[in-house]
Design a binder for this molecule. Sequence first.
Ligand code: 5GP
Ligand code: ZN
Length: 114
Amino acid sequence: MDDCIFCRIISGAIPSQRVYEDDEVLAIRDINPQAPVHMLLMPKRHITSLGDVSDSEGPLIGRIALVAASLARDEGLAERGFRFLTNAGPEGGQAVAHLHFHLLGGRQMAWPPG
Ligand code: 5GP
Ligand code: ZN
């Protein structure tokens, strides 16, 4: 989608700091990090949000979670802990309408989220 900022990042039209990539998944560093480690993991195919996935996308969502776990280990977060989340839709606080998951770590997280 030409008007989707993350599709433009995936195509390379907008530069990003890539940390992982395969045929289906891209992980980049967030441009405005909210923690010492802040990555975004997304499907390369445009899906608007977790509210839009179908059963057939189960393996893709599972793969993204496994990539997040691997990146967390790479960043030394496996034992310290980390947070993995998605914001979905207006009340979920989703700003970019291309499904993505945040991987945050390197500081103590608070609960509940704002
Ligand atoms: P959301 O609020 O949709 O869950 O999160 C969107 C995230 O995308 C934010 O953390 C924001 O900093 C990040 N972001 C927005 N534009 C860009 C960009 O052009 N490059 C990168 N690397 N991150 C971006
Ligand atoms: Zn997109």
